[in-house]
Design a binder for this molecule. Structure first.
Ligand code: KG4
Ligand code: ZN
Length: 337
């Protein structure tokens, strides 16, 4: 099955062709240049840029795969969650092509895309496995028994991990997007320079997350340093590295805790924050120590892309599921609940 995947849920326009679990082409047009001077995504500008990018991107994805629209067997498109105006651009393009070529269309949840992205690299993952999706909008832990058979074990109670990265980067004037900027600044920083208390919940067995406390602690440390005139390049690198270490350690603790509690056979890392150097390293190291197989996709499959959408769409289409032309954009939609 040759499936065209279309992704436009936030600030990346993406198109990809996937056939039998193999990526034939995968293109991503980032909009960082558009949003950088605002320090975050401006929804209206995102939709406009998606409109400019979507058709050339689809045509190039076909060209790179050496295919034409006539060779496609179906179209998969992200319909939730995300910015409504952005999602609608991808959805409209997908519906137009599907209608014109009489192709089946399937709506894919973006989180389900992230969660299964690792399979494009590693093939089937031993189940049940624990999957951590860490992105700009989500921090969710799932127990996955198989495709379409999963349970949400925990989620953030306030900021998503990526959102915390973006906000701390803004505070430290490291630029946008914040995650990669903190990752870079941390290279010269001391991760033990500042210590943060780990969040605790009233129920001890919760697998939820919270990052707003650490974010506020960074704000207070920074404010104190500004008052004393102590803000230097080294201070910024130290705070970035300490923040990154704290977040990575919380994410890894919870993931391995979930593996133990549910007797999972493996763990999988997914989402934009999964591109973080320290998080990848720490999860690999701690999972190896615990004897838990750990699957961490290459960077390009962690951040937003359309290959994961095409792959998940293909699995749904193969199982006989179809969307129709009433398929609409949905801003918020968790999976596994
Ligand atoms: O999955 P994604 O590309 O888009 C959403 O679905 O939200 O994730 C974007 C998030 C942003 O918050 C970005 O700062 C973060 O992923 N991110 C990183 C890194 N690369 C991207 N966070 C930490 N370290 C990175 N290297
Ligand atoms: Zn994403």
């Amino acid at each position: 099955m040759r499936i065209l995947g279309i992704e436009s849920s936030c600030d990346e326009t993406a198109a990809a062709i996937v056939s039998e679990g193999r990526v034939l082409s995968s293109l991503v047009a980032t909009q960082h240049d558009v949003h950088a001077r605002f320090g975050g995504v401006v929804p209206e500008l995102a939709s406009r840029r998606h409109m400019e990018n979507i058709v050339p991107l689809i045509l190039t994805a076909l060209e790179e795969a050496d295919l034409t629209l006539d060779d496609l067997d179906g179209i998969a498109v992200t319909y939730a969650p995300g910015l409504l105006g952005s999602l609608l651009v991808g959805l409209s393009a997908a519906k137009a092509i599907a209608y014109a070529r009489n192709l089946p269309i399937i709506g894919v949840n973006h989180l389900e895309g992230h969660l299964h992205a690792a399979e494009l690299e590693y093939g089937a993952i031993p189940s049940p496995y624990v999957g951590l999706v860490v992105s700009g909008g989500h921090t969710s832990l799932y127990l996955v028994h198989g495709f379409g058979n999963l349970k949400l074990l925990g989620a953030t109670r306030d900021d998503a991990a990526g959102e915390a990265f973006d906000k701390v980067a803004k505070l430290l004037e490291l630029g946008y997007p914040g995650g990669p900027a903190i990752d870079r600044a941390s290279l010269t920083g001391n991760p033990k320079a500042f210590r943060f208390t780990k969040p605790r919940f009233s129920s001890d067995d919760s697998l939820d997350f919270s990052f707003s406390g650490i974010k506020t602690a960074c704000l207070l440390i920074h404010r104190g340093a500004v008052a004393k005139g102590d803000v230097s390049e080294q201070f910024t690198a130290d705070l970035a590295a300490s923040f990154q270490e704290a977040v990575a350690s919380i994410l890894v603790d919870r993931t391995l805790d979930a593996v133990r509690r549910h007797g999972a056979r493996a763990c999988v890392l997914a989402g934009g924050v999964a591109a973080n150097r320290r998080l990848r390293e720490l999860l690999k190291q701690r999972a190896d120590d615990a004897g838990v197989p750990c699957f961490i996709p290459p960077m390009a499959l962690c951040t937003d892309n359309a290959a994961m959408i095409a792959y998940v769409g293909a699995r749904h289409l193969e199982a006989g599921r179809r969307s129709d032309y009433t398929l609409n954009a949905v801003a918020n939609q968790e999976i596994g609940i």
